[in-house]
Design a protein around this ligand. Structure first.
Ligand SMILES: Nc1nc2c(ncn2[C@@H]2O[C@H](COP(=O)(O)OP(=O)(O)O)[C@@H](O)[C@H]2O)c(=O)[nH]1
Ligand SMILES: [Mg+2]
Length: 308
């Protein structure tokens, strides 16, 4: 394992080993007792799938089993996976790969959610796919935040446009767009601040960054990614609501999936936001980053090797 990039499968190890592995065992039996149905419900809730979705799922599956449409636990297993996959197939596909001169990706999320790290990984991911990427340090609140992005920029080998700490994030964005145009970059990824609990109005700041991007580049930002720390559980859901209401989120990055046994949180988050997950953070290294795929994700919840 050492040195190998961590896949979605690896990132889901803890979730699989706890709750979903147990669900798999439950559905590998020969019959489903009333106790087994109750346990299924408990396990889904413990995995952070949420009470609403869990109740909906289990009631529906149970009804179908009682009506004879699902005859064996294996049928229930299959139906459950299908439902879970369908739930993750939400929202419009990413427009990032559509041809245009400059694609602007705005990255938002609370402090510590994994924004800057995810931006480093994303820059690497797109650079490897032939994109010319520039990063904008529009989290100007702390010097350390700017330095952190610069370090990622050096590591990946992409330019970082930064001003002094305390500078106007809108001005950084403006300069970064100019730099993209001057240097022939076709992708700009903007790092932003995430302090929700100060008097300073973060949402106004994000709106301003958006406004600058929209004015300088046709239809920008083309993607607004909300980075959610998978380990924060139901808090992540509250954050999702907050950002949804104030900035237009078009996609989700689920960071730190490797750090949680409660990967089920992705289901209520996707439902709440009505947009798809684009990427998953699976560790702290550059390559610990995976494109999101609903089928692979659900397979990884249950099975070691995805498609057994
Ligand atoms: N294990 C793990 N740690 C991560 C992941 N993504 C970010 N982190 C860590 O989370 C912490 C906060 O990340 P950072 O990018 O600074 O968050 P920001 O404040 O939103 O920019 C850092 O210690 C990162 O190394 C991930 O996918 N897996
Ligand atoms: Mg940061």
């Amino acid at each position: 394992m050492f040195g190998r990039p961590k896949t979605i499968q690896d990132g889901l190890a803890r979730t699989r080993q706890s709750f979903f592995g147990r669900i798999r065992q439950l559905l590998a039996g020969s019959t489903l007792t009333p106790e087994a149905w109750d346990e299924l419900e408990e396990l889904l809730i413990q995995a952070d799938v949420g009470v609403d979705i869990t109740t909906e799922l289990v009631e529906d599956l149970r009804r179908q089993a009682e009506a004879g449409k699902l005859r064996t636990p294996a049928d229930v297993d299959r139906a459950l996976r299908e439902r879970l996959i369908a739930m993750l197939q939400q929202g419009a596909p990413s427009v990032v790969d559509e041809p245009r001169l400059l694609t602007v990706i705005l990255v938002v999320g609370v402090n510590g959610s994994g924004k800057t790290t995810s931006i480093g990984k994303m820059a690497y991911y797109y650079k490897q796919r032939g994109r010319k990427v520039i990063l904008a340090a529009a989290d100007t609140f702390r010097a350390a935040a700017i330095d952190q992005l610069k370090i990622w920029g050096e590591r990946v080998g992409v330019d970082v446009i930064a001003h002094q700490p305390g500078a106007d994030p809108g001005a950084v964005t403006y300069d970064a767009i100019r730099a993209c145009q001057a240097r022939g970059a076709d992708m700009l990824i903007i790092d932003t601040a995430g302090r929700l609990h100060t008097k300073y109005n973060l949402m106004q700041e994000l709106a301003k960054v958006r406004g600058v991007a929209a004015k300088q580049v046709h239809r920008a930002p083309h993607e607004t990614l909300l980075v959610i720390d998978a380990t924060t559980g139901q808090n992540g859901l509250a954050q999702a609501r907050h950002f949804k209401d104030t900035v237009g989120v078009t996609g989700i990055v689920l960071a730190k999936l490797d750090g949680t046994a409660k990967g089920g949180i992705v289901f209520p988050i996707v439902r709440e936001l009505g947009v798809g997950v684009r990427f998953v953070g699976t560790g702290e290294k550059l390559e610990d980053w995976a494109e999101f795929d609903p089928q692979l994700f659900v397979a990884g919840l249950f099975d070691q090797n995805g498609n057994e």
